[in-house]
Design a protein around this ligand. Structure first.
Ligand SMILES: C[S@@+](CC[C@H](N)C(=O)[O-])C[C@H]1O[C@@H](n2cnc3c(N)ncnc32)[C@H](O)[C@@H]1O
Length: 285
């Protein structure tokens, strides 16, 4: 009889737990609907997802993360991470799960509302902070970051090299960079110089270049630039970064280039960057 009572108690407890789980999932789904539209498909610990039928196909951006994850250290304890254009926080959460302290920034209040709700659902509120910010506003802060996560934003920027120069200067160890590119992977052999009266090499497919998008790409007027692969690598180098790996299509893992040659190259535009960082203070006042 005692065994029967105990079995009944267990069954009731299991049913109560299942009810509580269903209620949680239903409440989360209501919140997800209220916060729509989503761009990131987040997997909440309860099993609920924010955008399981993604318009980019598959489980986005998880399928991208699966390509990159082995290129990022497993243990990020003690690392300070900056996630630019964090959107609903998918990458901020993955990096925080590895132990990092993360600052996610985005201009869009709508996406930040999603991120701020999701961080509690993930139980990561002690490790991740979200701020509404323009990428260029980082020029006003002295903080540097061990890892700068710069995925899916460069081509949305009207002033892309300004942002890249700012962020390269803020990178202590690694930058994960991704941008929309032009088709092709060719790299022109010698870009050291070009004669003023023969600029035809600049038309070669492997010459570093960016297509300017005056109107739209994929219907989106905030897409400004599409660089070719040679152009991406050249801009990363020119901003003081060295490409370590290409974890996947359009993705570049970089580290600061501490060589004298890189420093000499950056000195060519140092005063322009200084004008942005420090309002252009000159020694003569
Ligand atoms: C294509 S989504 C990429 C989201 C995420 N980084 C990823 O790779 O999945 C671009 C994000 O960058 C944000 N963004 C665009 N321009 C920005 C800017 N100037 N400063 C900060 N965030 C920006 C957008 O609001 C959007 O959330």
């Amino acid at each position: 009889m005692a065994a029967l009572t105990s079995a009944n108690t267990n069954t009731n407890a299991n049913a109560n737990t299942a009810d509580a789980g269903n209620e949680l999932q239903a409440a989360q789904q209501r919140r997800i609907d209220a916060l729509a539209p989503w761009f990131h498909n987040l997997h909440l610990p309860s099993g609920v997802q924010t955008l399981p039928q993604h318009f980019l196909g598959g489980d986005f951006p998880n399928f991208k993360w699966q390509q990159i994850r082995q290129f990022v250290p497993d243990d990020l304890r003690g690392w300070r991470v900056l996630d630019i254009g964090c959107n609903a926080g998918f990458y901020s959460f993955e990096l925080a799960r590895r132990g990092a302290s993360v600052l996610g920034i985005d201009v869009d209040a709508h996406y930040l509302a999603q991120a701020r709700w999701a961080v509690g659902e993930m139980g990561l509120q002690d490790q991740v902070e979200f701020r509404q910010m323009e990428v260029y506003e980082l020029a006003r802060s002295d903080e540097r970051f061990d890892l700068v996560w710069f995925m899916g934003v460069f081509y949305h920027l009207r002033y892309p090299l300004l942002a890249l120069d700012l962020l390269a200067a803020k990178t202590r160890r690694l930058m994960m960079f991704q941008t929309l590119t032009l088709p092709g992977d060719s790299v022109y052999a010698n870009t050291a110089d070009c004669a003023i009266d023969d600029r035809t090499p600049l038309l070669e497919s492997g010459w570093p270049k960016m297509a300017f998008l005056e109107h739209r790409l994929a219907g989106d007027p905030t897409n400004w630039w599409a660089a070719n692969h040679a152009g991406v690598e050249a801009m990363l180098r020119s901003s003081g970064l060295r490409v370590l790996e290409r974890p996947g299509h359009e993705m570049y893992l970089c580290t600061p280039d501490d060589s004298d040659a890189s420093a000499r190259h950056r000195s060519l535009y140092a005063s322009q960057l200084n004008a942005v960082f420090h309002g252009g203070d000159h020694a003569d006042g």
